[in-house]
Write a protein that binds this ligand. Structure first.
Ligand SMILES: [Zn+2]
Length: 360
């Protein structure tokens, strides 16, 4: 049987989910990829569905096509010229490269703000594919394809990317050992942020989500208390655990005005509010409310290659548990439209839906 890139027969067709307009997803065949210099082709084994994917589906457009379905894991099937360290059969996940060393921020010694890495995070790097991981294969800049440890299954590996987002937020927060933390939003990133806050040394962690089932999951994963709203006992809990001061760090993991208002009302004097991958409501932020407490407001965007390495190490040791976050049943490409229709992150179960474009 021919592989995807058969020397004798040329490229084999692939299947891809294309967004044609609002709520209009087409599953279509197209010729497979051949890697240009610096690229690798990856057979997609599993791809997570994220909130940003559904936003794109609702609006009918994506900022960068490669970003639609960006939580993918798979196997390298072809390697382009000039690629080192990547080989056919290698298990990989979508990630970002180390700082490039040649862009202007890198040249100025600000490698943590590398422009190349930022372009990779948002799917705008020059070698990005014209579609994302909702496909049987994709092609990517080899620098942003990260090897996955054998101990981590492909289906768990789709959680590496959101875990790296959460890890980056923990680092941006400045959270210290013994801190009191509140995580607003119990979706995938919120739950991972709670887990990582514990691993980073938070003494007390509370989470907030309107879903009771999601709150139960948060408690299973180790938060001390979970509330359906800020006024549902959270303030009382916070007073008890902070001497009435408030939370040292509040992570905002859901993009609503209520979440932002909650952050402002819960943070302690001198504490920090961290917006994790959300920012549409920042324009409504009351600077006066921050000023009254001399609190910091920080944003966290994406992650670094180092964050990916660190979460993989924790997953390998089973200290960061990702399996409870994903739905037990995987879906095929043909079911993706229905997944978006029903609203991802179903309230009744784990938040992460995983697509297997090549079948189970
Ligand atoms: Zn750079």
């Amino acid at each position: 049987m021919c592989s995807t890139h058969c020397d004798r027969h040329g490229l084999v067709d692939m299947r891809v989910a294309r967004l044609n307009g609002p709520r209009s997803l087409e599953i279509t065949d197209r010729p497979g990829h051949w890697p240009a210099a610096g690229q690798v082709v990856v057979e997609i084994t599993a791809c997570g569905v994220g909130g940003s994917d559904r936003e794109a589906w609702l609006g009918g457009t994506v900022v960068a096509p490669a970003w639609f379905g960006h939580e993918w894991a798979g196997k390298v099937t072809a390697v382009g010229e000039g690629v080192a360290g990547r080989f056919e059969g290698q298990r990989v996940v979508a990630g970002v490269s180390p700082p490039c060393g040649s862009c202007s921020p890198c040249g100025a010694g600000r490698s943590s703000n590398c422009r190349t890495v930022l372009e990779q995070i948002v799917g705008l790097d020059p070698l990005a594919a014209d579609h994302g991981g909702f496909a049987t294969e994709t092609v990517a800049d080899a620098r942003r394809v990260v090897p996955v440890d054998e101990a981590i299954s492909f289906i768990d590996a789709v959680l590496i990317e959101p875990a790296a987002v959460a890890a980056h937020a923990i680092r941006r927060s400045g959270l210290r050992i013994g801190d009191v933390a509140v995580v607003v939003g119990g979706g995938t990133v919120g739950l991972l942020t709670s887990e990582l806050a514990r691993l980073a040394g938070a003494a007390h962690i509370a989470s907030v989500d309107t879903s009771i089932a999601r709150n139960e999951l948060a408690c299973d994963l180790g938060v001390d208390a979970a509330f359906t709203s800020v006024d549902d006992g959270l303030r009382h809990w916070l007073d008890d655990h902070s001497g009435g001061l408030g939370a040292d760090v509040v992570f905002i993991c859901v993009d609503t005005e209520e979440a932002l208002a909650a952050g402002l009302s819960l943070v302690c004097p001198g504490g920090a509010i961290v917006a994790v991958g959300v920012g549409n409501r920042i324009d409504n932020l009351s600077v006066t409310a921050l000023l009254a407490r001399e609190a910091d407001f920080r944003v966290s965007l994406g992650y670094s290659s180092d964050d990916i390495d660190r979460v993989q190490a924790l997953m390998r040791q089973d200290r960061l548990r990702v399996r409870p976050l994903r739905q037990p049943d995987v879906v095929g490409l043909d079911e993706l439209n229905a997944v978006f229709e029903s609203g991802i992150e179903p309230a009744a179960g784990p938040p992460k839906v995983v697509v297997r474009p090549n079948g189970v």
